[in-house]
Write a protein that binds this ligand. Structure first.
Ligand SMILES: Cc1cc2nc3c(=O)[nH]c(=O)nc-3n(C[C@H](O)[C@H](O)[C@H](O)COP(=O)(O)OP(=O)(O)OC[C@H]3O[C@@H](n4cnc5c(N)ncnc54)[C@H](O)[C@@H]3O)c2cc1C
Length: 395
């Protein structure tokens, strides 16, 4: 059986689902495929930043409103960072007149399900539980081969295929394009859900810890609703191999060695075994678009190097891609390279500064001094004001 559609999106995570929302807003028919059945988990820190809220608002203000009121989310009004020598810097934005919190935390099981629950069936043919097993070019389009969980095979014939399939890119592999999993542009991380972690800030701050074992990288403790927490640590893959680091062992060592973490975990109980996943970080050296194809989110390596934030950039890539897909379909000229150029312009600062900052994490002494300096009254007030202005402009 073969179905014709304008666009076939592979992967219904935040990147693919966002593209679907923006294509529906442009009245473009498309098929969205995911091998998982939703709600589905994704190993992540579950930290939701303001670029996610901004993208939801651009889809529709009503969608943002219902998202903010989801009971599975917890608002987070600030963050704290502790260096390896115990210095701490903390920002709280509760009293700054923001319309809502600058961060939320919520399990990806719920966030990703929220996005697919609200897809528009008038334009989106959503097929979950369906694996993309091959992507083939033909003289006049792309054939995406599918296999559902009952073993039934079918094809989708599209003008454009979009790879939003996450960290293990398959669209590029099937199209015979460059594979980009070089270690210097990949981070490795683990996540563990816990309950009964104590000592969170009353305004639900995201807590970050630096540790000499983890440079360049960090340890996070994020509060979740229902007295649960998302705990994890991550670092560049090249350093993990160099140091032959076992992240699971490092996790326990760091908790035992750090007096603040030790106290936070005194009565804590793990709800799962540590789960690992890769984070492909932004670099302008990749090809992420071309004739009849584009890549989004992790499949395009859209994670910010210094923060590990990829949900928002994945959704932004979906938003920007929709615009170029519409133009391509109207002109019947399917080269999507202008989308790549736009992405690399849009994220040029994150790419440059992000990599430099990540490198600076290699030098704990430098970071300790930088944090002490940032805590000085005038610098702290200036950075607080700048961050507040930035949040407001995104909200
Ligand atoms: C440990 C860890 C912590 C992180 N913490 C944060 C954080 O706190 N905040 C943040 O913003 N980002 C964080 N990230 C990054 C974030 O998780 C990713 O950037 C984000 O999930 C990317 O979304 P995506 O839509 O590109 O891919 P995904 O969310 O991975 O979705 C890809 C989808 O494609 C589907 N798929 C894959 N292969 C196929 C196939 N062959 N056929 C059909 N479907 C397929 C999958 O089932 C999946 O649903 C973290 C990442 C890790 C690993």
């Amino acid at each position: 059986m073969i179905k014709d559609t304008e666009v076939c999106i592979v992967g219904a995570g935040p990147a693919g689902a966002s593209l679907s929302h923006f294509l529906s807003a442009r009245k473009i028919s498309h098929t969205l495929i995911d091998k998982a059945s939703f709600p589905r988990d994704k190993v992540c820190g579950d930290g939701i930043a303001v670029d996610v809220m901004n993208t939801l608002k651009r889809i529709s203000p009503e969608l943002l409103h219902s998202f903010i009121n989801e009971s599975s989310l917890q608002p987070s009004w600030g963050l704290g960072l502790r260096t390896s020598n115990g210095h701490e810097i903390r920002y709280d934005f509760r009293e700054n007149g923001l319309p809502y919190a600058p961060f939320f935390t919520g399990k990806r099981l719920d966030l990703d399900n929220f996005l697919v629950r609200n897809l528009n069936p008038a334009y989106c043919d959503f097929r979950q539980d369906t694996l993309v097993s091959n992507v083939v070019r033909t003289p006049d389009g792309i054939i995406v081969q599918l296999k559902n969980s009952q073993g039934n095979e079918s094809d989708v014939r599209a003008n454009i295929v979009v790879g939003a399939e996450g960290e293990k890119p398959i669209v590029t592999k099937y199209l015979g394009l460059d594979h980009y999993r070089e270690k210097q542009h990949l981070m490795g991380a683990i996540r563990i859900y816990y309950k009964n972690v104590k000592g969170f800030h009353p305004n639900g701050h995201l807590e970050f810890f630096m540790d000499k074992k983890l440079s360049p990288g960090y340890f996070w403790v994020f509060p979740l609703p229902n007295n649960e927490a998302n705990i994890g640590l991550g670092m560049t893959s090249s350093r993990i191999s160099q140091k032959k680091l076992n992240l699971k062992k490092a996790f326990h060592e760091i908790v035992n060695r750090n007096p603040v973490l030790n106290e936070m975990f005194a009565e804590a109980e793990a709800l799962e075994k540590p789960r690992g996943w890769g984070l492909p970080v932004m670099t302008p050296q990749r090809t992420i678009a071309g004739e009849r194809y584009a890549l989004l989110g992790d499949a395009a390596g859209m994670i910010e190097p210094h923060t590990g934030k990829g949900i928002g950039p994945g959704m932004v890539s979906g938003r920007l891609c929709a615009q170029y897909i519409e133009e391509a379909l109207l002109k019947k000229k399917y080269d999507l390279m202008p989308y790549q150029e736009h992405i690399y312009r849009y994220y040029r600062i994150e790419m440059r500064i992000g990599h430099a900052l990540l490198k600076s994490f290699k030098y704990p002494a430098l970071l300790n001094s930088a944090i002490s300096l940032s805590n000085l009254g005038i610098i702290k007030r200036w950075s607080h004001k700048k961050a507040t202005e930035a949040w407001k402009s995104w909200m």
